[in-house]
Ligand binder design. Structure first.
Ligand SMILES: [Fe+2]
Length: 393
C-alpha cells in the first residue's frame, strides 16, 4: 500500500535519564537568567527536591519566581499569573509536576506575549488566533500520563453546569525542552500511576487507530504500547522502588504525547473533554474507565460497517497480539484479546466507575450532546455512545 501524505510536527529537545533532574540548572542557563517556576501544590516541596533546586539556581545566579497550581488550571488562573509576573522580565518558564502543572506552564509561556485574556484564544470559546509567539518553556513531568511534555496544546478547565475543558493550541507551543527523569515518578501513588498509565495507553491506542495516523505515529505508538504492556501493573504494585518500570511508563507517556500531537485522539478523549467540563473527575480516570467498552464498541461498529478485513480492525488485532503475547493471525480473535486485556488492566488497577464521582444515568444525554467524535475511526451514533457510558455508571 502506498504511504499516504503526512506531516510530523517538531518534538521538544528531549533529555531522558534517571537523575537528569540534577542537570536542570545547566539546561536553564541556555535560556537566560530569570525563570518562572510552576509547580503543583505540594509534592515537589515535601520531597525536598524544590529546596535543592532553588539552592542550585541561587548558586548559578539564576533568579527565580515561583507559583503553584492545585488541580486543573482555569483560564482565570492563567490570566492572574500572567498579570502578576508580566513585568518581571521572565526569560523562561519551567513547569515541574503532573499534566495539569505542565499545561499551566505551557499556557503561561504562551500568554506572556499577549495582552488579552487566554479565553480569547481557547478553541471553541474565543475567536482570536494566537500568533504562536511565546516565552521558552521547559517541561519536567512527575507523572507518566498526559504526554503534555511533548504536545502543542494546554488544556484549561471550567467545571460546572456550563463547564468546559478546552485547548489553547499552536504548533509553536510544543515545549522547547522535555526533561524526563523517571526518579521523579517513584513517589507517585499507585492510584495516580494507574489512572495516568491508562491515559497514556488510551492516547497511544487512539492515535494508532486514528484516520490521521501515519507510519511515523504507528511506529511510535506501537513501541509505546509495548513498554506499557509489561510495566503498567508493576509500576502500580512496586513503583516506589522499581526505576525500570517507571522509566518504561515515562517513555510511553512521552511517546503518547508525540503521537497524539500528530495523529489526534478518539472517542474516549471526546468523552474526557465533555465529562471533564461537567464533573471534577481526574482525566486519567475517565480515560481508563471508558477505554475498554469504547474499544469493544468501536470494533463492533467497524465490523458492522465492514468485514474483519478492515484496516483499522487489523490494527486493533495487531495491538491485541502485542499486549497478549499471542501470534494468532485471526483478526476477530486478536481484537477480542485486546478488549480482554484492557478489561483485565481496568480490574487489576482498580480504575473506578464514574458514578463514584457523582455522574448519573440522567447526565448521559447532556454529556453526549457535548461529545465530539474527534479522530475516532468510526462515527459512533448516540446509542453506541450511550452504551459506552452506561457500562461505567
Ligand atoms: Fe489523555
Amino acid at each position: 500500500m502506498v504511504i499516504s501524505d503526512f506531516s510530523f510536527a517538531r518534538t521538544p529537545r528531549i533529555y531522558f535519564a534517571p537523575g537528569k533532574f540534577n542537570e536542570l540548572d545547566k539546561i536553564l542557563n541556555n535560556f537566560g537568567k530569570t525563570v518562572l517556576l510552576v509547580t503543583g501544590a505540594n509534592s515537589l516541596k515535601t520531597s525536598g527536591r524544590l529546596d535543592v533546586l532553588l539552592k542550585t539556581l541561587k548558586q548559578n545566579s539564576i533568579n527565580y519566581f515561583t507559583c503553584s497550581v492545585a488541580g486543573e488550571p482555569s483560564p482565570e488562573f492563567i490570566d492572574s499569573i500572567v498579570a502578576d509576573f508580566r513585568n518581571k522580565k521572565i526569560d523562561v518558564v519551567l513547569a515541574i509536576g503532573g499534566g495539569s502543572v505542565v499545561d499551566t506552564g505551557k499556557a503561561i509561556s504562551a500568554m506572556f506575549t499577549q495582552k488579552d485574556s487566554v479565553l480569547e484564544y481557547l478553541e471553541g470559546v474565543g475567536t482570536k488566533i494566537h500568533n504562536g509567539i511565546k516565552l521558552p518553556f521547559i517541561a519536567v513531568p512527575t507523572t507518566s500520563g498526559t504526554g503534555s511534555e511533548a504536545t502543542k496544546n494546554a488544556v484549561l478547565s471550567r467545571i460546572g453546569i456550563d463547564g468546559f475543558k478546552k485547548s489553547l493550541r499552536h504548533d509553536n507551543f510544543v515545549p522547547d525542552v522535555a526533561l524526563i527523569d523517571p526518579e521523579l515518578m517513584l513517589s507517585c501513588p499507585p492510584d495516580i500511576t494507574a489512572a495516568c498509565g491508562m491515559d497514556a495507553f488510551t492516547q497511544l491506542l487512539e492515535s494508532y487507530i486514528s484516520p490521521q495516523s501515519s507510519p511515523m505515529t504507528d511506529a511510535l505508538a506501537y513501541i509505546g504500547i509495548k513498554y506499557i504492556k509489561d510495566s503498567i501493573i508493576p509500576a502500580c504494585n512496586e513503583g516506589a522502588d522499581n526505576i525500570q518500570v517507571r522509566a518504561d511508563m515515562a517513555f510511553a507517556s512521552l511517546i503518547s504525547g508525540i503521537t497524539l500531537a500528530n495523529a489526534g485522539l478518539g472517542i474516549v478523549h471526546g468523552f474526557a473533554s465533555s465529562i471533564g467540563g461537567f464533573f471534577d473527575i481526574p482525566h486519567g480516570v475517565i480515560c481508563g474507565s471508558l477505554i475498554g467498552k469504547a474499544t469493544k464498541t468501536n470494533i463492533e461498529c467497524l465490523k458492522n460497517e465492514n468485514s474483519w478485513d478492515n484496516l483499522v480492525l487489523k490494527k486493533y488485532a495487531a495491538i491485541g497480539r502485542l499486549v497478549s503475547n499471542n501470534n494468532s493471525q485471526d483478526v476477530e480473535y486478536c481484537c477480542r484479546l485486546l478488549v480482554e486485556k484492557i478489561n483485565e488492566w481496568i480490574e487489576q488497577l482498580k480504575i473506578p466507575l464514574l458514578n463514584k464521582y457523582n455522574m448519573k444515568k440522567t447526565d448521559i444525554d447532556k454529556i453526549i450532546s457535548k461529545t465530539g467524535n474527534k479522530n475516532n475511526p468510526v462515527e459512533l451514533d448516540i446509542n453506541s455512545k450511550r452504551r459506552i457510558l452506561l457500562d461505567r455508571i
